[in-house]
Every structure is written in C-alpha cells, then in structure tokens.
Design a protein around this ligand. Structure first.
Ligand code: NAG
Ligand code: NAG
Ligand code: NAG
Ligand code: NAG
Ligand code: NAG
Ligand code: NAG
Length: 501
C-alpha cells in the first residue's frame, strides 16, 4: 500500500512539471489578490416577508409557481443564521464574502422610507464580517428589483429608475460604505435584461412574440436595449455620487458585473472571425464600450438602429470611466458562426441584430486552462484597473454526495489556470467561488453549487462541508495543493469517513 502510493506520488510529481501550475499555493498569488465566495440576497437570506421586507420581482415570479413551485421564502435562512455562516467562512479561510443587499428589504417600496430592521441587518452582517477579518464585497442589484417599482412604472424600462436607484445606492454608501471595500452596482447586467426583457423567461417576464413565450407585456425588439441603457445610466449616476461624495473618505472601489463566455469562431472563415468579434461587441461591448469610451459599439448602432438609445454628451461623459473594476462571471465557452441572414428579418431582437449562431463548446465541467487564460487575459487588454472573477462553481445534483470530486477538480483547474494567466500578465484581482452555500437556484433546489450542503430536511437547515470546502480551506490556509494532494485528501477523508456525514 505504502509503496504503491509512493510511486503514484512520484508519477504525479513528474506530471506536475509538465502541467503548468498544477502545484501551487496561496502564496503564489500577487499581494492584494483576494479569494472569496459568493451568494445573493434572494437566494440565501430567507425571511422573505419578515421584519418589513416587501417582495421583489423574484418573489412574485416564484409565488406564481414558475420554479416548480419552489421559492426562497426560507431557503438557507441566512437572515437569522449569518453569525453561524460567518464562522463557517472563518473556518474555511475566506478572505472576502460577496453578497447582495435586498433593495426591498432596505427600502421596501423601492423609494422612500428606509426599513430600520433592514438597515440593522446589513449593519450587523457587515460588522460581523469585518470583526472576523473578511472583506465585504457588496452588490446592490442582483436581479431582485422591488416589485413596487415594477408595478409603478415598469422598473428598468423607465428612466425614473435612475433616480430611485441612485437614492438607494446613496443610503447604502452612507450607512455601510465606511466598511465596504467593493461595490458592484448590478449583477450580470447583460443577461439580466436578455432573460427578463427579451426571452421573458425570468423576472420581470417582459417579452413579445415571436421572441418569447406566453408574453403578456413587453417588447423584445426594444426593451432589452432600453433596460440596459437605464442600467448604464443608473450605474453611472451611482458611481459619480460615490466618487464625489464618498470615495475619498471611504477608500472603496465601484464597478459593475457582466456575464461573459469565452468565444471561439466555429470555423476559420473570415465570416466567423468577424461574427465572433460581433458577438463579443454585443455581449460585452454593449456595456464595456460605453463604460470605457462613452458610446455603444459601432456594429450595435448599425444593426439595432433607432431601437438602440443614444447618450447625450453629458451622459456619455458620466458613463465613461465610471468603473474602477469589472466583475466577470465566467462559466462556459461557446462557438460562434456567422448568420447574417438574421439581419433580413423585419422584426428583430438582440439575437437577430447580433446575427450569429451560438453553440455551447465547453461547459464548466470541461473548461480547460486555456479558456480561463484567454478570458482573463482578454479582459486585461481592456486595460481596466481592476477585475475580479466569479466563475460558476461546478454544478452537482444537490442531493448527490458530500464528496464532490468534480467541484474539487474544477476549483483546482480554474485556480491553477488563473495563476498561469496572472503570471502571463492578467490583471485579475480576485476570485469568488459561486456559491458559498447550496442556495436557491434558477431550478429551485435541484442543483447545488455550494461549498457547503444545506440540509433542507433538517429543521435547523444544518450546513455540512463538502469535500470542496475542505480543499478550498486547505488552499486558503496556505498549504500547497497539487494533483497528488487530491489523492492524499481522499485517503485522509476515507480514513475519517465517519466525520463526514
Ligand atoms: C407557456 O404556457 C403553456 C401553457 O400554459 C405552458 O405549457 C408553457 O410551459 C409556457 N411556456 C413558458 C416558456 O413559460
Ligand atoms: C416593438 O417595437 C417595435 C419597434 O418600435 C415595433 O415595430 C413593434 O410593433 C413593437 N412590438 C410590440 C409587440 O409592441
Ligand atoms: C483552417 O485552418 C486549417 C489550419 O490552418 C486549414 O488546414 C484549413 O484548411 C482551414 N480551413 C478553412 C475553412 O479555411
Ligand atoms: C434529498 O434527499 C432527502 C433525503 O433522502 C429527500 O427527503 C429530499 O426530498 C431530497 N431532495 C431533493 C431536492 O431531491
Ligand atoms: C504565456 O504567454 C506566452 C506568450 O504569449 C505563451 O507562449 C505562453 O504559452 C503563455 N503561458 C501560459 C502559461 O499561458
Ligand atoms: C492528511 O493527514 C496527515 C496526517 O494527519 C496530514 O499531515 C496531512 O496534512 C493531511 N493531508 C491533507 C491533504 O489534508
């Protein structure tokens, strides 16, 4: 037994010489680089109708039975269990926690009076993090617009949202900003509007035929562009406020978060190369171009025409340069093929304007280090000051097993590839594993991405560490990790399997 594992160890050490960054440790990352994990308010808090919180568009959606009848009324109950969860974070060695504030908990009607209980909750959460040495990275809008604003004026499709969002952000900066290092205004701003205003399959379920299903309101040709425009203006307005009124005193950073897939042309024809650039301009440039240069990409203006709103000079100057960092949620790689025939359709949506066909090339399961490198290096080329990455963790069936080897391999591969990218010039500043706990997901409680399993059959919603939590802890506490480390970990854990129930 001993000699067998000894030779295996030798072999794997040899392999480590060949595979770049197979063996690495926390200390190999540059100073200031931060490792954390994330959740979002609706997905983790629970206490949905308690202590003054009012519904967001996600409460409405789940209560209409749109997620197999599941909802996040209770979910992980972090609202009441945050202290316990922060102890788990300490135990895991997290350096930062990425979470979001529920707008309708803090300002139940979206505008107007602040809920003192909501204020107290986020104050307590942030204080508890700080006193345990964990940096709070706070998102203001993680898909959960207050229902009151949706009812009143259609939420993000009305310019009134800019003023209401800025007032909400002002409360957050004013009350919590002395302790918050990073503010993200909007999570996955690009896919939020595509799912919610084009396909209409996620809240607030706006769409129009033939682009969405069962549409009762909305316009898939125009509203995604309009909502995105207002997100940019709201982001910029909040960022300008932060920079003018708070940043000097509070020394934090402000940014926005986008969904990004790495794009590979399906063939090496010129058409597909151009189509890949076009897809990048539509998916990423849509936001990054205005944020960097003050205007939408030329190809978007050309293809969407008057359906794409325009910036006044004043707006353009506000939006330009309004991010200190870009948050990137990076999950998968896709192939892109030119489909310019879509431009001949009389009624078009975002997809038709983009005029490509997209097929999944690599799922998160098979992501190779080169895709991680490409994605992080490419974003570096946008010469942003800061950039943090929140890859989707490996998905597993929630009930499968605490021994989540696929997630351990994914973490090892992703973080190793990130190290390669950093050594090659990437300016990535942080890594946040999605998610800290098994939270409410788009499919309810079927899939789990957590480092910790949450037992929904237990009245106390007991948390249990998965193998991935142990791996991450091992890494974060400064011990080297390598492929042979998996073997050792596996041996150690199976020797103590009774601890692992
Ligand atoms: C649309 O409605 C039909 C009938 O109610 C339902 O079967 C279908 O799942 C709905 N589609 C979507 C995308 O919601
Ligand atoms: C959506 O807007 C487009 C462009 O203004 C218009 O042509 C179309 O009729 C609208 N569709 C709906 C369903 O209102
Ligand atoms: C694509 O590139 C490969 C390798 O350079 C070449 O063999 C192939 O003929 C090219 N295909 C097309 C369609 O240009
Ligand atoms: C998970 O397993 C428990 C116990 O076997 C069962 O009661 C529960 O319904 C399962 N949950 C899911 C989401 O499959
Ligand atoms: C780093 O970049 C160089 C030059 O582009 C490339 O040859 C090399 O393969 C890269 N190494 C890694 C580990 O990405
Ligand atoms: C395995 O257990 C040994 C002995 O307790 C310990 O020294 C070692 O660090 C453990 N390895 C891992 C990867 O946890």
């Amino acid at each position: 037994m001993l000699s067998l594992s000894f030779s295996l160890l030798l072999l794997l050490n040899l392999a480590a010489v060949i595979l770049a960054a197979d063996r690495f440790s926390r200390g190999d990352f540059p100073p200031g680089f931060v490792f954390g994990s994330g959740t979002s308010a609706y997905q983790v808090e629970g206490a949905a109708d308690q202590e003054g919180r009012k519904p967001s568009i996600w409460d409405t959606f789940t209560h209409e039975g749109k997620v197999h009848g599941d909802n996040a009324d209770i979910t992980c109950d972090q609202y009441y269990k945050y202290k316990e969860d922060i102890q788990l974070m300490v135990d895991t060695g997290l350096e930062a926690y990425r979470f979001s504030i529920s707008w309708s908990r803090l300002i139940p009607n979206g505008r107007g009076p602040v809920n003192p209980k909501g204020l107290q909750y986020y104050d307590n959460l942030i204080n508890e993090l700080i006193s345990n040495g964990i940096q709070p990275h706070v998102t203001l809008h993680h898909n959960d617009l207050p229902q009151a604003l949706e009812d009143e004026y259609g939420g993000w499709i009305d310019r009134k949202i800019v003023k209401d969002f800025t007032a909400y952000a002002d409360v957050c900066f004013g009350k919590f900003g002395d302790r918050v290092s990073h503010w993200t205004t909007v999570n996955e701003a690009n896919v939020f509007v595509l799912a919610g205003y084009d396909g209409g399959y996620l809240p607030p379920q706006h769409c129009s035929s033939p682009f969405g299903f069962n549409c009762t309101r909305g316009n898939s040709s125009t509203e995604p562009y309009l909502a995105a425009h207002h997100i940019l203006l709201a982001h910029a307005s909040a960022a300008v406020l932060y920079k003018e009124k708070y940043q000097d005193k509070q020394h934090g950073f402000i940014g926005i978060n986008l969904f990004a897939f790495w794009i590979v042309p399906l063939t090496n024809t010129t058409e597909d190369a151009i189509a890949s650039q076009r897809a990048m301009d539509f998916m990423i440039g849509w936001y990054v171009n205005p944020l960097m240069y003050g205007d939408y990409p030329e190809v978007m203006k050309r293809n969407a025409g008057t359906r794409l709103p325009t910036f006044t000079n004043l707006e353009s100057n506000q939006v330009k340069g309004s991010i200190d960092f870009l948050g990137v949620n990076h999950y998968v790689t896709v192939y892109v093929k030119d489909d310019s025939s879509k431009l001949e359709m009389e009624l078009r949506n975002f997809d038709a304007d983009m005029a490509v066909d997209i097929t999944l090339a690599v799922t998160q399961k098979d992501m190779s280090s080169s895709e991680v490198r490409e994605c992080t290096l490419n974003c570096r080329d946008a010469s942003l000051n800061q950039f943090s990455i929140t890859p989707w963790g490996q998905e597993t069936q929630r009930n499968s097993s605490l021994e989540d080897w696929p997630r351990v391999k994914y973490l090892h591969g992703y973080i190793g590839a990130l190290l390669d990218a950093l050594r090659n010039g990437s300016n990535t500043r942080g890594y946040f594993q999605w998610s800290f706990l098994d939270v409410f997901e788009m499919d309810g409680y079927e899939s789990g991405f957590g480092l910790y399993y949450v037992d929904l059959d237990d009245p106390d919603l007991k948390r249990q560490p998965k193998l991935s939590a142990r791996w991450y802890k091992h890494f974060l506490k400064g011990e080297g990790v390598s492929s042979h480390g998996f073997i050792e970990l596996e041996t150690n854990l199976s020797a103590h399997a009774h601890h692992f129930q």
